[in-house]
Ligand binder design. Structure first.
Ligand code: 4FD
Length: 234
């Protein structure tokens, strides 16, 4: 997959795309990134990308034309163009899976108080990573791109893939333990030393359900809650 970021601040992506899972995805060729700066598409000598809002008020608004030209340059045919904004549909694992099916994504990062409303039809969809406001769409774009990159074939090691799957099934991951076997009088559950893989899998499945019930009951719809309640017979 190729992801192009339309941003006034491409340098913010440098560390993110060179380290960790994303860095490996780029190295492996599973993910290709590109950056397009609307400022490079201005024609005036001050390279102006924002202006004061008509009707007055605080802050600045991103001008439509530099944005249009930047998106046009970034969005080769078939690209899916996404605008990150607090007004968008909320992002989740299902949205990540859906976006991961595209060959090309263009993630457009707004700054200031947003963009000229007349530019809104440049986007195929508007996504929010949560109900809060940030200075720019760059962090949200990295959040979306990383969630998508993890789903690309060959990016995750087997262990990490399992954790990703638990959210796909609307449940939390089971608790993990590592050495030492006793830490500050807390013991690792005995069953994990048993070597009985079937029993361990069943125990983890139940722990996963208990954790979801306790921490995120909103993930359990009424039907699956009843089915799981029966399965684990509390
Ligand atoms: N919650 C998000 C996205 C962008 C952002 C911006 C209008 C501000 C939060 C459009 C106003 C973009 C989010 C930039 N803050 N800030 O996903």
């Amino acid at each position: 997959m190729r992801i192009d970021f339309v941003t006034l601040f491409p340098s913010l992506f440098a560390g993110w795309q060179s380290a960790g899972i994303v860095g490996r995805a780029v190295e492996k060729g599973a993910l290709e990134t590109g950056f397009v700066n609307p400022r490079d598409f201005t024609k005036d000598k001050h390279r102006k990308v924002d202006d004061r809002p008509y009707g007055g008020g605080a802050g600045m608004v991103m001008m439509a034309e530099p944005l249009r030209a930047a998106i046009k340059s970034a969005a080769k045919k078939g690209a899916h163009v996404v605008y990150l904004s607090p007004q968008g549909k909320s992002f989740d694992q299902a949205a990540a899976r859906r976006l991961a099916k595209h060959k090309r994504l263009v993630l457009v990062c707004g700054r200031y108080e947003g963009i000229d409303e007349r530019a809104m039809d440049l986007f195929d969809e508007e996504i929010s990573i949560g109900d809060y406001v940030l200075t720019g769409g760059e962090l949200p774009a990295m959040v979306v791109a990383e969630a998508v990159a993890r789903l690309l074939p060959g990016v995750l090691k087997k262990e990490d893939a399992a954790v990703a799957e638990s959210f796909t099934e609307n449940k939390l991951d089971f608790p993990q333990y590592t050495r030492p076997p006793v830490w500050r009088s807390k013991r690792v559950p005995e069953i994990l030393f048993s070597g009985d893989h079937k029993k361990i899998a069943d125990w983890r499945d139940k722990q996963s359900w208990l954790a979801t019930k306790r921490k995120r009951p909103d993930l359990l719809d009424n039907n699956s809650a009843r089915a799981l309640e029966h399965k684990h017979r509390r």
